[in-house]
Design a protein around this ligand. Structure first.
Ligand code: SAM
Length: 247
């Protein structure tokens, strides 16, 4: 029976797509994408002529039903997004959910993802990390999210937009304190840059050279020391034991 393929596309450098991904994109009957004009340009580059249909935030639920219908008519479908891996801060969750519920196979292809690409070269711990994606746009809500992450020991990975990066770094400094952090910009592109240092140093570097505020970016912040958490818990334990004695 028909299959839904999840196909990653490049995050900048157009050579970053696998031969299998190109094969699947050529072979399927239909490609669901976020923006048909954007994806037309991409597919033109690889001379792929498969028909496109738009699936985005605003029509995903309705479109998912229609795509399940297409699968039941025997049509194979590929899902792509504007860049990188679909469903990672991109549409596709409802579709995958619906397609699995309807009993069709969902086949994922490996490929580019900004978060993993950034993390792999960051120099921050990679054994344990947590992907957060985009922080809320409003400072109050952003601080609340950060507050909930304040005792996280995993490396934290955020997606951020150029016009919010300074505000977000300021809130990170405020809520998470002056931790080690890395800003990975323009990955796989001409001006790929890693800005590293304490959060306050990142703020300084971005204020000094406003070019560093431009482009696409992944912000990574070190988690708190596991040691610190263990000590905190041990202290708590001692306190509880001490107060129990008086009961
Ligand atoms: N699905 C994509 C993925 O797998 O990485 C992410 C899509 S999300 C809408 C777009 C965000 O990903 C950007 O705002 C930026 O934070 C990050 N991003 C995408 N491409 C990037 C690149 N070349 N360099 C740095 N960050 C990138």
């Amino acid at each position: 029976s028909a299959v839904l393929y999840i196909v990653p596309t490049p995050i900048g450098n157009l050579d970053d797509i696998t031969t299998r991904s190109l094969q699947v994109l050529s072979d399927v009957d239909l490609i669901a994408c976020e923006d048909t004009r954007h994806s037309h340009r991409l597919l033109d580059h690889y001379s792929i002529k498969t028909a496109l249909t738009a699936l985005h935030e605003h029509n995903e639920r309705g479109k998912a039903d229609w795509l399940v219908q297409q699968l039941s008519e025997g049509k194979n479908i590929a899902l792509i997004s504007d860049a990188g891996t679909p469903l990672i801060s991109d549409p596709g969750y409802h579709l995958v959910n619906r397609v699995r519920e309807a009993g069709f196979r969902v086949v994922p292809l490996p490929g580019a993802c900004a978060a993993i690409t950034a993390l792999s070269a960051s120099g921050l711990p990679t054994d344990d990390f947590r992907f957060i994606g985009f922080l809320p746009a409003k400072s109050g809500q952003r601080k609340k999210v950060l507050q909930n992450l304040s005792s996280e020991t995993s490396t934290l990975i955020f997606y951020e937009s150029p016009h919010r990066i300074l505000d977000s770094l300021t809130d990170v400094l405020d809520v998470l304190s002056d931790r080690e952090a890395v800003l990975a910009r323009e990955l796989t592109k001409t001006f790929e840059t890693f800005v590293t240092g304490a959060v306050s140093e990142l703020i300084g570097a971005l204020e000094e050279d406003t070019n560093q505020q431009r482009g696409e970016m992944v912000l990574m912040v070190k988690g708190i020391d596991k040691q610190a958490v263990t000590t905190e818990l041990a202290d708590l334990d001692t306190m509880i034991m001490a107060s129990l004695k008086y009961l």
